[in-house]
Design a protein around this ligand. Structure first.
Ligand code: UDP
Length: 330
């Protein structure tokens, strides 16, 4: 298939680009590079443009005869979404509607959308199924839920085939260490712990030790970015007209912050400086996916389910690229 990957120069999008190409699809990245990295994708597969630029999108659809879309492009900093919701509604919601309008213009009816477990907010029960009520607790989650709702309506009205993949905690890096996670600012646990272990930053603040979890720290379902990418491929292949399906993407197993610290120490063979501090606002105690639907509907299985393996791939990337893509050897 000929596929447009919005946000394909970002962390998850760039791994999906690789997976698509390896599977024999023709894929182009559409990215405004506000957070994406040009070095994360092949130059001749990168179109620099904004979702709100309909003319640029139009031209991209025509020129490359696009048949389906993987829609990753979004702002995704929860804290920033609270202090500056305007840019989240504009970029994520208005940007998606602009993309959908161009898709309609070109009669493209297939889309896989990057949603998030943040749409569940603080769930009543664990593990989280796709039927768990969606009650986001921050603007980032609200914008993702709105886009899901739009797609549900578009599937009914315009016959689109839509899958919304609700990611849990994306982590790790490509096996060959050539692409990986590079956020500015970095807020995610694993890259921060690795940077601290490598002596590139001071102690990492651990947000809360009094949660109602086995060791008092938050529990998350860490899923390897290549397993996320492979799920997109499967989703694309199973898209059927007139349907909207939401699917959780996690491995179905939770690890506490303390367990993640131990895994980083084990992989790196050195201690990680940490500082225990207060809870971060808005952090649910535990988020673990019920991942049965992904296995049933997509025939997907995560390959990396050992935390040490996920951390080892991230370690490899960060060790080789101390300044992320600025020190990329590509
Ligand atoms: N966390 C932490 N210190 C940090 C960053 C994260 O203790 O500097 C914790 C956070 O409270 C959460 C877990 O690590 O329980 C994963 O956080 P991350 O930001 O990586 O992903 P999130 O679950 O918020 O999407």
């Amino acid at each position: 298939m000929r596929i447009l990957v919005t946000g394909g120069a970002g962390y998850i999008g760039s791994h999906a680009m690789r997976a698509l190409t390896a599977a024999g699809h023709e894929a182009w990245t559409y990215d405004n590079l506000s957070y994406g990295h040009p070095k994360a994708v092949k130059e001749d597969r990168l179109v620099i443009g904004d979702l709100l630029d309909k003319d640029r999108l139009d031209g991209t659809f025509v020129q490359n005869q696009i048949e389906a879309v993987l829609h990753f492009a979004a702002f995704a900093f929860v804290g920033e979404s609270v202090t500056n919701p305007g840019i989240y509604y504009r970029n994520n919601v208005a940007g998606s509607l602009s993309l959908f309008e161009v898709m309609r213009r070109h009669d493209v009816r297939k889309i896989v959308f990057s949603s998030t477990c943040a749409t569940y907010g603080i769930p009543d029960q664990i593990p989280i199924t796709e039927q768990t009520p969606q009650r986001p607790i921050n603007p980032y989650g609200h914008t993702k839920l709105m886009i899901e709702q739009a797609l549900r309506d578009y599937s009914r009205a315009y016959g689109w085939g839509c899958v919304a993949l609700r990611y849990f905690n994306a982590s790790g890096a490509a096996a060959d260490g050539s692409i990986g996670e590079d956020h500015t600012p970095e807020t995610h646990l694993i890259p921060l712990l690795i940077a601290a272990a490598l002596g590139r930053r001071g102690p990492v603040k651990i947000f809360g030790t009094d949660y109602p979890t086995p060791d008092g720290t938050c529990v998350r379902d860490y899923i390897h970015v290549d397993d996320l990418a492979s799920a997109h491929l499967k989703a694309l292949e199973t898209l059927t007209p007139n349907s909207f399906t939401a699917i959780n993407l996690g491995i179905g197993k939770g690890f506490s912050v303390r367990e993640v610290i131990r895994a980083v120490e084990q992989v790196g063979g050195r201690p990680v400086p940490v500082e225990f501090s207060d809870r971060r606002e808005g952090d649910p105690p535990a988020l673990i996916a019920d991942s049965r639907l992904a296995r049933e509907k997509l025939g997907w299985e995560p390959e990396k389910t050992r935390l040490e393996d996920i951390v080892a791939s991230a370690w490899n990337w960060h060790r080789q690229h101390p300044d992320g893509f600025r020190t990329s050897r590509q």
